[in-house]
Write a protein of this length. Structure first.
Length: 93
C-alpha cells in the first residue's frame, strides 16, 4: 500500500482525523445567554441639528469638513479641477 519509502503514510490517502466543516459554527455553551435574554440595544443616531445656520443655510459637521478640505486644497495650490468639482458636488448633495 505504501509505495513511497520515505513517508510513513501516503500523501494521497485520506487523513485519519475527521474534518470539520469550517462554515458551521460550533455549538454555544449552555450558560451562554440566549438572544431573547439580552437587553435590547438602542440605536445611537447622529443629531439632526445643524452646527451653524447662516442666512437660512444649515451646515452640518460633514459640510464644514468639506469646506475646510476645499479651502486647504485651494490654499496649497492644488490644480486638480475635477477634485474640486467632486468635492463641491458632494457638498451640494
Amino acid at each position: 500500500m505504501n509505495n513511497i519509502p520515505f513517508y510513513p503514510f501516503s500523501p494521497y490517502a485520506r487523513p485519519y482525523f475527521p474534518r470539520r466543516n469550517p462554515y458551521i459554527a460550533p455549538p454555544l455553551p449552555p450558560d451562554f445567554p440566549k438572544e431573547e435574554e439580552l437587553p435590547p440595544e438602542e440605536p445611537q443616531a447622529m443629531p439632526e441639528e445643524p452646527i451653524f445656520e447662516i442666512l437660512g443655510i444649515r451646515l452640518f459637521y460633514d459640510d464644514i469638513l468639506l469646506i475646510c478640505l476645499i479651502f486647504f486644497l485651494y490654499s496649497e495650490g492644488i490644480q486638480d479641477t475635477y477634485l474640486f468639482l467632486a468635492l463641491v458636488l458632494l457638498l451640494l448633495s
